[in-house]
Design a protein around this ligand. Structure first.
Ligand SMILES: *Cc1c(COP(=O)(O)O)cnc(C)c1O
Length: 405
């Protein structure tokens, strides 16, 4: 660890030592890693992103054996169908579903596990609706840590089983509301001195920052106009933006992208606040959405995003349950099987294009945050096209199908 690295509150500016390792300030403000000498940071040769961008990282040495090969994900052209659907010609897809546990969370888990090892922790714990727990379970297994995951009852069974097979212990907690459950667990964690890794901690955000560096390389050092991010705990969106901000501070780019905050209409604490020009989130509770990976109704650190949106001219949109299901299908028809939370961004940018907030020739990246395979139940809402056949009827069945194509 670099001793000159500090943590700083993103609202009050109050500083903390790097090994403070709390996820938020005592006042609940988000913390950010401040990299010393960022204006002189240079890109170096190296095989891994963390080698090429070592000047931008808070660790002076890292254990590459803990990596599971996260990152290096494709940045794809969206293709004809999605371009026609959204009316955005330069639409790109950053496919984070091909990470080791099928979501972008892996980039942050690597950093959290590095930190846990550096602090000699034996147990690492998180509260998760699924992907974060799955990811931490895999990286904890890799690093030889005990992993404890608190999940709500609505977490899909696919995600829970994926935690269990890595050897993690899962506590499935019945509660009327996810935020309520989070607060109870956080209180207990204090009592038992158990550090809970959140979706928006400063170290995790450093891992997400590398996504910006990767896209910067993939786009030949150019910057997109917009990046759409389905948002819940807010770690991903602020990590990506921090990456671009640091590239800007280092003089490697001459402008910043604008972020697009995307949420489900049934739970839009941040999008609602941005739309209404508020400075603080508008908490949601007792809601239901198929987009189970974006269900933080009262995210700690959400105010930072609302305030950044104002300061940097970010935009925001929410989407209904029907629009989420429809978007998941359209993505799949374009060859990409994403989970409902991820699907939100497609309809969001289509609507923003319709409102004229995005021009047809601007470059927009959709972050494909997680894979559709981890939530099979929701697929019952999608059209089925399986013909029941047998050796007796297959000839007639096949003839009928071929005639209809
Ligand atoms: C975690 C997650 C999000 C939200 O990211 P935050 O960092 O919590 O804002 C979006 N989509 C998927 C699939 C996720 O797993």
């Amino acid at each position: 660890m670099e001793l000159s690295v500090k943590l700083q509150s993103t609202s009050s500016g109050q500083e903390f030592p790097f090994d403070f390792i709390e996820e938020f300030t005592p006042e609940g403000e988000s913390l950010e890693v401040v990299i010393p000498g960022i204006t002189a940071a240079k890109i170096k040769p190296g095989r891994f992103l963390w080698e090429r961008f070592a000047d931008f990282l808070p660790f002076s040495s890292v254990d590459s054996e803990v990596s599971l090969g996260e990152g290096n994900t494709p940045l794809l052209k969206a293709g004809k169908l999605l371009v026609a659907h959204t009316g955005i010609r330069n639409l790109l897809l950053k496919n984070e579903t091909v990470n080791p546990t099928w979501s972008f969370k892996d980039r942050g888990s690597l950093f959290c596990v590095w930190m846990a090892k550096a602090m000699n922790e034996k147990v690492t714990a998180t509260i998760s609706t699924g992907n974060m727990g799955n990811s931490l379970s895999a990286y904890g297994a890799r690093a030889g840590l005990n992993v404890l995951v608190f999940v709500p009852t609505f977490t899909p069974v696919e995600k829970i089983l994926a935690m269990n097979i890595h050897g993690a212990t899962v506590l499935k907690v019945g509660a009327p509301d996810y935020s309520l459950m989070k607060n109870t667990v956080l209180g207990l964690a204090k009592e038992f001195s158990l550090r809970i890794v959140s979706g928006n901690g400063p170290i995790r955000v450093e891992g997400y920052k590398l996504t910006a560096f990767e896209m910067f390389e993939q786009m030949n050092k150019t910057v997109p106009d917009f990046i759409a991010v389905p948002t819940s705990a807010c770690g991903h969106i602020r990590g990506i933006f921090k990456g671009y901000r640091e590239l800007y501070e280092a003089g490697l780019i001459d402008r910043l992208p604008k972020m697009i905050v995307v949420q489900a209409a049934n739970n839009s604490p941040i999008v609602s606040a941005i739309r209404q020009g508020k400075n603080h989130i508008i908490p949601f509770s007792n809601f239901k959405t198929v987009a189970e990976a974006i269900t933080s109704g009262n995210p700690a650190g959400g105010d930072e995003i609302v305030q950044k949106a104002k300061r940097y001219g970010w935009i925001a949109e929410d989407v209904t349950e029907e629009e989420i299901i429809e978007s998941q299908q359209i993505f799949a028809r374009a060859g990409l099987f994403v989970e409902p939370a991820t699907a939100t961004s497609l309809m969001a940018v289509k609507k923003l294009r319709g409102q004229g907030k995005i021009d047809s020739n601007q470059t927009v990246i959709l972050m494909l945050t997680g894979s559709g395979l981890k939530d099979m139940d929701v697929l019952r809402k999608q059209p089925q096209n399986t013909v029941a056949s047998s050796l007796k009827t297959i000839k007639v069945d096949l003839q009928g199908i071929l005639n209809s194509l």
